[in-house]
Design a protein around this ligand. Structure first.
Ligand SMILES: C[S@@+](CC[C@H](N)C(=O)[O-])C[C@H]1O[C@@H](n2cnc3c(N)ncnc32)[C@H](O)[C@@H]1O
Length: 329
């Protein structure tokens, strides 16, 4: 064993650095340095923090390459630029965001690995969805977190939908309507709904309005484990099933199939574990006692819900897939 391997072992196992980065992002430390505050005292003044401790924080961040440090003091570098990026900063690094909630939940991972159940619930004392929906701010933060990821696969789904005769779309668990807005913008003949928990349904109605498609799309509050509204040509389940263990996933598929009726379509968009998704799968296990799945796993769940695959297409450069099911019986 070399000194290098010991250093690597310590670096890999010490949670200080990820926490230091999230704290610096949350307290505006990176912005303060970017604005030209080059020493601890001026960063502390700019951020309302303790000079001695923020000095140690800056020194640690410089030591791991998250900042530069020279005779003139601290400065931002190419790595810091990512922490200053609005998307990453707002969506992934803030401690008081949904991403911070997810990070907090990792303390339950040992429970998850032991039992397969959601360690998040052990840490938080309630489910992830209850925690996310406890306040309007946290619900909006989760909607933002999710909407940020939509850009990676939405163009493939829009392209796939262009060849579909479906006019009316139900985006079931469709967050704040980011995808539905794009679907409606792409074809003025389309109408649609987002079926969501109450806070997100409200956010979706507002988002669709703000994007000029409020006359053709609306958010509907509902619980997809209980019932999905009938009357739409196509039902979309994007990154929904991976949040649920098998039996719940079958219930959701079954409710969509019942709403779609024989011959109707249910489209599933998911990461497909063939492309290697162990990290995301661990997150699904920790948050929900669920998992990423392979195509065959989705086919088996769909079969239990009376759905048969009619077509399949890649999304997000092959990292994800669109599985188009028809209601067989
Ligand atoms: C991982 S997000 C996927 C959002 C969106 N479809 C996407 O791919 O970007 C799962 C969504 O399911 C919603 N959800 C969770 N439980 C629900 C329930 N019982 N009924 C309806 N929606 C629910 C959440 O609010 C969340 O927006």
């Amino acid at each position: 064993m070399t000194d290098d391997s010991l250093e690597t072992a310590i670096r890999l196992s010490d949670p200080l650095t990820p926490m230091a980065i999230r704290v610096a992002a949350s307290l505006g430390v990176f912005e303060a340095v970017a604005a030209g505050n080059r020493d601890a005292a001026s960063v502390a003044a700019a951020t309302g923090t303790d000079t001695a401790v923020v000095g140690d924080l800056l020194t640690h961040l410089a030591g791991v390459g998250a900042l530069d440090h020279d005779d003139a003091g601290f400065a931002v570098n190419d790595v810091t630029a990512h922490f200053l990026d609005d998307g990453l900063l707002k969506v992934h690094l803030g401690l008081d965001t949904a991403s911070g909630l997810i990070a907090h939940g990792w303390w339950g991972l040992a429970d998850t690995v032991r039992s397969g159940g959601p360690g998040f619930d052990v840490v938080a004392g309630r489910s992830f969805w209850d925690e996310v929906n406890a306040t309007r701010e946290m619900s909006a933060s989760f909607d933002d977190y999710i909407a940020h990821g939509v850009q990676f696969w939405a163009p493939d789904l829009i392209a796939y939908a262009a060849a579909s005769p479906a006019r009316s779309w139900a985006d079931v668990g469709g967050g704040n309507g980011t995808l539905l807005a794009q679907l409606l913008e792409a074809d003025p003949q389309r109408t649609g709904v987002v079926v969501e928990l109450p806070r997100s349904a409200e956010a979706a109605t507002a988002f669709l309005d703000a994007n000029g498609v409020g006359d053709r799309g609306v958010g509907l509050a509902g619980d997809f484990l209980t019932e999905v509204p009938a009357g739409y040509d196509a039902y979309l389940l994007a990154q929904v099933l991976h949040d649920w263990p098998d039996d719940d996933a079958v219930t959701i598929l079954h409710n969509c199939a019942a709403a779609a009726g024989t011959g109707g379509h249910v489209l599933v968009v998911e990461r497909l574990a063939e492309s290697g998704q162990a990290g995301m799968s661990l997150m699904m296990a920790n948050l929900f006692g669920a998992t990423e799945r392979r195509v065959d796993d989705y086919l088996a769940l769909a079969d239990r819900a009376g759905l048969a695959l009619t077509a399949q297409a890649p999304a997000a450069d092959g990292e994800m897939g669109i599985l188009d099911f028809v209601v067989a019986h």
